[in-house]
Write a protein that binds this ligand. Structure first.
Ligand code: HSE
Length: 430
C-alpha cells in the first residue's frame, strides 16, 4: 500500500482565529488525516509577536520571521493567511503563494473582496487553488455551497445577514432594551467585532462579504464602490420600539441580484415582518438565502463570527486543499462587467421617522408633502417624547419610488418644525 503523503502548512497570523485553527488541527489530527487522506503537518508559523500568550504551545513549530519566505519554501504546500487587510502583506502573500504554486487559504474578506477576481484568474492555469470559506459567514459553508453544491444552477438572487456584530447589536437592542453603545461594547467583548468596529457598523464588512458572494454567483469582478452601503449607526431605541409596534424587526440585510442584466447589490437596514425567518435570526448568527433556477430557495443559518466557527471553515479549507486534485477553476469568470442598479430606482415600502416640535399642524405639514410626491401611507404613529416639547412621527408607506421618498424627505427636513434629520428604513418582503 502507498504510504500516506504529507501536506505541509505555513500558518501566518496567530490572533484568535490563527490560534483556534492550530487548536482544532491538533485536537482533530486523527480524524483530519482520515478525512483528507494526507498527513496534514503544521510545518512553520509566523506572526508579529512570538512571545504573546496564546494558550497553545507554538515552540514545537518552526518559527519564520519573514512570512514571505514561507511562500517560497520547498517544504510547504499551503499558506494559511490569517492576518487580514486588503493590501500590504496579505496581498503579497496571496500573489507570492500562487506564483510559487502553493495553495492559498485565507479568512480575509477584505483581500478577496478586492483581489478575489484577479486571484481566481491567476490560478486558472495553475495546479493550485485558493480557498476562502472563512471569509464569509464564519462557520457556514456558503462558499462551498455555491461553488459545489449549487454548481448546476444559475444563481438568481442572494439575500443575507452577513455581519454577526450588527445582528448581535440589533437583537440585543430589541430583546434586552440595550442602547446601541452597550450592545456594541458587548459584541466587542465577545470577540465578534472587527479591530475597527466601524467596518461592522457602517456596513463595510457586510459589503465585502456580499461582493465575494457576487463574484462566486455571477462571475463578476466586484466593485465595492458601486455597491450601495448603509450601516446601522442611525438606528435608535425608538426605531426598535416603533418598528416592533408595527409588526417588524430591523435587520442589516445584504442583497445581490441580477435584474435585467444589471446588478442590484446593496447593504442597508431593512424592516422584515416579525413572523419571517429573517426576523428570527438572532444574536451573532448569520443567514444566507440563495435562489438558484433549479434548486429554488436554499437557506443557510449558523455562527457568522467568533474564533471557533471561523477556524471550522479554515480547517475545512485546509482539508479540501489537501484532498484537491484540481484541474479546473470552478468559478465561471466573466470578462465583461454588468452595470450596477442605482438605489434611487428602488420601488418599495418605507419606514420614516421624524422628530418634530410638538405643535399643532405638524403632522399635516409632513403628510401634505408626502402626498405632493404621490406617497400614500399605510400606518402613522404620533408619540410624545417624555419630558420634552418634541414628538416622534412614524410613518409606514405603501409601495412608492425611492426617488420620491428622498425628494419628499429633503423638503420635510426644511420645515421649521423638524428637529433632527429624518431617517428612513426600507421594508423588504423576505
Ligand atoms: N466582524 C465580523 C462580524 C466577523 O461581526 O461578522 C466575522 O467576519
Amino acid at each position: 500500500m502507498d504510504s500516506i503523503k504529507d501536506f505541509s502548512l505555513g500558518i501566518i497570523g496567530l490572533g484568535t482565529v490563527g490560534t483556534a485553527t492550530i487548536k482544532l488541527l491538533e485536537e482533530q489530527l486523527v480524524n483530519i488525516t482520515k478525512k483528507s487522506g494526507k498527513n496534514i503537518i503544521i510545518k512553520a508559523i509566523s506572526a508579529r509577536d512570538i512571545s504573546k500568550p496564546r494558550g497553545i504551545n507554538i515552540n514545537k513549530y518552526d518559527w519564520e520571521e519573514s512570512p514571505i519566505k514561507l511562500t517560497e519554501r520547498e517544504d510547504i504546500d499551503a499558506i494559511v493567511e490569517l492576518i487580514g487587510g486588503s493590501d500590504g502583506l496579505a496581498k503579497e502573500l496571496a500573489y507570492s503563494a500562487i506564483e510559487n504554486n502553493k495553495y492559498f487559504i485565507t479568512a480575509n474578506k477584505a483581500l478577496i473582496a478586492k483581489h478575489g477576481y484577479d486571484l481566481n484568474f491567476r490560478i486558472s492555469n495553475k495546479t493550485v487553488q485558493i480557498y476562502y470559506e472563512a471569509a464569509v459567514a464564519g462557520a457556514i459553508p456558503v462558499i462551498n455551497g455555491i461553488k459545489d453544491g449549487l454548481v448546476a444552477n444559475n444563481i438568481l438572487e442572494i439575500y443575507g445577514i452577513l455581519n454577526g456584530t450588527c445582528n448581535y447589536i440589533l437583537s440585543d437592542m430589541t430583546n434586552n432594551g440595550k442602547t446601541f453603545e452597550e450592545s456594541l461594547a458587548k459584541a466587542q467583548e465577545l470577540g465578534f467585532a472587527e479591530a475597527d468596529p466601524s467596518f461592522d457598523i457602517e456596513g463595510i464588512d457586510s459589503a465585502q462579504k456580499l461582493v465575494i458572494l457576487g463574484l462566486l454567483a455571477f462571475g463578476i469582478e466586484p466593485d465595492l464602490n458601486k455597491v450601495y452601503v448603509e450601516g446601522i449607526t442611525s438606528i435608535s431605541a425608538e426605531d426598535i420600539k416603533y418598528t416592533n409596534r408595527l409588526g417588524y424587526k430591523i435587520k442589516l440585510l445584504c442583497i445581490a441580484k441580477l435584474v435585467e442584466n444589471k446588478l442590484d447589490f446593496r447593504v442597508h437596514p431593512v424592516l422584515c415582518t416579525s413572523e419571517s425567518i429573517t426576523a428570527g435570526i438572532g444574536g451573532a448568527l448569520n443567514a444566507i438565502f440563495i435562489k438558484g433556477d433549479y434548486s429554488k430557495e436554499i437557506t443557510f443559518i449558523g455562527e457568522g463570527a467568533g474564533a471557533e466557527p471561523t477556524a471550522s471553515s479554515v480547517v475545512s479549507d485546509i482539508i479540501n486543499a489537501a484532498r484537491s486534485s484540481k484541474s479546473v477553476n470552478n468559478i465561471n469568470l466573466l470578462n465583461s462587467n454588468y452595470e450596477y442598479i442605482n438605489i434611487m430606482s428602488r420601488k418599495g415600502k418605507y419606514y420614516l421617522r421624524f422628530i418634530v416640535k410638538d405643535v399643532s399642524g405638524v403632522l399635516a405639514s409632513i403628510t401634505s408633502i408626502l402626498n405632493e410626491h404621490s406617497i400614500s401611507l399605510d400606518s402613522v404613529i404620533q408619540d410624545g417624547n417624555k419630558g420634552e416639547d418634541t414628538q416622534f412621527i412614524i410613518i409606514l408607506t405603501h409601495l412608492c419610488d425611492e426617488l420620491d421618498i428622498i425628494n419628499a424627505i429633503k423638503k420635510i427636513d426644511n420645515l421649521e418644525t423638524i428637529i433632527n434629520k429624518s431617517y428612513l428604513i426600507r421594508v423588504e418582503n423576505i
